[in-house]
Design a protein around this ligand. Structure first.
Ligand SMILES: [Zn+2]
Length: 86
């Protein structure tokens, strides 16, 4: 998954085109601020949504396992196929 780790070492000012370090918060030449753009990305909220999604996924997974124990639905796809062919 190199795609997700390919954080650029350098970035360019969208106003004057000066090459800046990725950690720079503003352009050293024209003073353009990157703060507003970073705020709109809201990475923390995005990660929180991923965690909530995984928790919900786990709840659904264990919920289905519990339903399997009660034999409400077929235990697995294999069992369902065996049931049909027997
Ligand atoms: Zn600039």
């Amino acid at each position: 998954m190199a795609f997700f780790k390919s954080a650029p070492q350098n970035k360019f000012c969208p106003v004057c085109g000066t090459q800046l370090k990725a950690a720079d918060g503003y352009c050293i030449k024209c003073g353009y601020s990157f703060q507003a753009r970073q705020k709109s990305m809201r990475r923390g909220v995005k990660w929180r949504n991923v965690i909530i999604f995984l928790v919900l996924l786990a709840i659904v997974y264990f919920g289905l396992r519990y339903a399997n124990d009660l034999t409400i639905i077929p235990r697995s796809l294999e069992d369902a196929l065996n049931f049909k062919f027997d």
